[in-house]
Design a protein around this ligand. Sequence first.
Ligand SMILES: Nc1ncnc2c1ncn2[C@@H]1O[C@H](COP(=O)(O)OP(=O)(O)O)[C@@H](O)[C@H]1O
Ligand SMILES: Cc1ncsc1CCOP(=O)(O)O
Length: 257
Amino acid sequence: MNEIVQKVRAQEPLIHNLTNAVVMNFSANGLLAFGASPIMANAKEDAADVAKLSNGVLINIGTLTEAQLEAMIEAGKAANEAGIPVVIDPVGVAATNFRTEAFQRIVEQVHPDVIKGNAGELAHLVGIELETKGVDAVGEGNSQEIAGKVAVHFQTIAVLTGKVDTVSDGKQTLTNETGHALLSKVTGAGCLLGSIITACLSVEGENLEKAYAAVKYYGMAAAYAASQSGVNGPGTFLPQFLDALTMEPDTLEKGLM
Ligand SMILES: Nc1ncnc2c1ncn2[C@@H]1O[C@H](COP(=O)(O)OP(=O)(O)O)[C@@H](O)[C@H]1O
Ligand SMILES: Cc1ncsc1CCOP(=O)(O)O
């Protein structure tokens, strides 16, 4: 994990985020703190051009419109052609037919290197119905089975988040227990993780290892932030979390001992 985080910080990859309106500012700040460089570009007129300039493309359907969907497909296709990693976060996909069909349209034309979501979102992609509430998971299900099925079906790495995160390539499945419950009390915690996974994918290495490193580091930063004095809830947690995202993995680890 250390090496992957160091590489991101040395290379400061440009991450193209086609993301939702709720989290744009948080995702940009979080990427900057982590050591990457964010760009948000949602228009179909320049999405492919921005994707080609970038080192990684994040597609997040959280507040999707038809126009943005076209931009996502254009950006994803351009990234695939150029060998630039693509991460898809199917936010709220189980909530509506529009989102379900939009996701299908994207994956028919764009190959994702990672699909990242909570249990309800990923379960829906492989026909397992779990209880969801808008953009949030309610049921947990069998995370290893769900992540494995998503990985095999979409020929990708599946990252299933929750109290325990599960990362699978369909053959090997890893679990991560770093994290903090306060992450689920701030909007955009899952979305920013998608951007940080994209940043980690942009450096050299195996995709499974890079996705796992991102998830582990992110959880460590959250736990470290939550342990700081003066953190009483989501409001005081957020600035500490941004600061923690700038830190070395060793510093976070020592702070948690
Ligand atoms: N109860 C929890 N304890 C520790 N970490 C959590 C908990 N719930 C979520 N997380 C972490 O919060 C981040 C976002 O996950 P999640 O809440 O599942 O995403 P989303 O916001 O997309 O639903 C992940 O890093 C995950 O590990
Ligand atoms: C609240 C909300 N509504 C549409 S997108 C969004 C943000 C969801 O972010 P996250 O799932 O990362 O908390």
